[in-house]
Structures are given as structure tokens and as C-alpha cells.
Design a protein around this ligand. Sequence first.
Ligand code: BDP
Length: 332
Amino acid sequence: MGGTTLKTLNTLLAALLATAAGVAAAQACDVTLRSSDTHPDGYPTVEGVKFMAKQVEEKTNGRVCIEVFPSSQLGEEKDTIEQTQFGVIDMVRASFGSFNNIVPEAQLLSLPYLFRDVEHMYKVMDGPIGQETLVKAFEAHDLVPLAYYDGGSRSFYNSQKPIKSIDDLKGMKFRVMQSDVFVDMMGALGANATPMPYGEVYSAIQTGVIDGAENNYPSFDTSGHAEVAKYYTQDQHLMVPEVVAMSKLSWDKLSPEDQAIVRQAALDSVPVERKLWAEQEKASEEKVKAAGVEIIKDIDKTPFIEAMVPVYEKYVTTPEFKAIVKQIQDTK
Ligand code: BDP
């Protein structure tokens, strides 16, 4: 038998064995938790949850497995969050922004220019606000937040013209996530907001239903939006963290021991995702630039920040909300 054929046979055999082992492992799981993400395989949030899944499977000796469904296979974000509340899906990785209509406190994390920089955001999410206040707020709505990932900062992009100042936004139509905070944010900037699911944005820009949208570099890149919107203005109006949340119903079915393992695995996946995020953010910026996107960086953010005052006035109303925002702003 020739060397090449033998090698091919060995490779085939190895692949077959690996598949068999995979099937055996999958069968050995007592519980398989289904986890949803809108992003494709390889995206930092998807890889973060996959890392978590590996840890959980190992540490529970296969009692608990997590199966990650990327690319909105289980539905658009808003729907998958509702399904998670009802235990139809066990876990969801989504933007804080998509929880706004369900968990009122989440809206505070969606306020424009709330965080000074990424370190500030990490401190807040890893401190009492993220670990106590928001946990209580989510649990009241049948969701258990397990990890907060980096989702970078969001900026405007469009198919029409380079936006260099707030005046350039006047009358333009932008897609926003489906939440009132973002609609009001656009209004405060003099533009029109069209809330719609993430999966519909590409064709909406392509067909001219909207002029553009707003997102971080990795989403702008991997969604393909950069193909149809050639102007990206780095105004960084939002820094909305990402959440990995479990269904309270699914959570309560786990033993206290397995809950502790799942919680720890989620925490351990945080630095993994944040590192991947920093790399992906740079790579995506380079990629869209190379693909011909004009990036506008040197803009004066002050008028943008000042324009957001009415948005804060509208959403930060109760003493409790005021205290949370103050605590966030005071976090050094
Ligand atoms: C991305 C978030 C994702 C959101 C999406 C959006 O990672 O969870 O669904 O933005 O704009 O940055 O809808």
C-alpha cells in the first residue's frame, strides 16, 4: 500500500473516531442547554460561549453540555430573549440594548456616552452594578445574567456621504436596535430612527429603505454592512455591553453544584472574549478600510454629547435610576 493511501486511510479513520467520540460525548450529556447568538462562528461572543461550554462539559463530566447556535439559527435577538424567558431556549448571548423593553434597568446601560472608555465599562460590569444590581433586575424577569462581554463602541455608518459633524446627520434615516432609548437618541441628533432586527439591515441599506445604521467594527464587518455602507464615522455614541443570560427555568433545574460550575465557567469566559474582542476590533477595522470604507475619525464629539441631555432627562427619572447612573458615573 502506498504511503499516501495509508496516510489518507489513517486520516479517515481518525476523523471517524473523532466523530464517534463526539457522538458518544453528546449522548453522555444528561442535560444539553441550547444557546443562541446572532453572530457567526468565530465572532468573539460566539467563541466566548463555546469556551464556556467546553469548561462546563469537562467539569461536570458531561452531565451538562451547552450547544451554541450561531448566526441567528434560533431567531432574531428580541425573539430569542423572549424564548429564553420562557425556557424554550436555555441561554442567549445578546446586546444589553435588546433587553431594554424587558428589563427596565438595562436601558440605563444603553445611554449614549455613559462610559468614559472600555476600562470604565469593565469596572462597572465587574463591580456592584453588574454583579448585584443588574443580576437582581434580570432575575425579576426570569433571566440569570452569567457574563458580561465586550461589545466595543458603536458608531454611525451610511451609504450616502461622510458624516463629519452632527449637522450632517439631519434628516438621515438610520436603523437602530428595537428600543425607545435608541429612537430618542436619534431624534436628539436630528436624524430619523428605524428600529428593525439586525438580520434585516443589510437589504434595508442596499435597497435604500434606510441610509445607514450604527454598530461596532466587528458587526459592521461580519454582517456585510460594510459592503453597502461605505462611510463610517467614529463618533462612538454608544458602548453597550453584551450579556450571556440563562433562562431562570433552566437554571433552577440544575443542581447547586452544576450551577456553581456553570457560573464559574461563564466568569472564566469573560477574559477570553474580551481578548478576542480587542483583536477582532482591530482586524475588522483594517478589513473594512482595505475594502474601501472611508473612516472619519477626527470629529468633535462635544456637540454629540451635549445633544444627549434630553435623552438622559427622559430615561433617568426615578430616584433609583438616578442613583444607578450616578454610581456608574462615579466609578473610577
Ligand atoms: C451587535 C450586538 C448584537 C446586536 C447587534 C444589533 O453584538 O447582539 O444584535 O449589534 O445591532 O453589536 O442588533
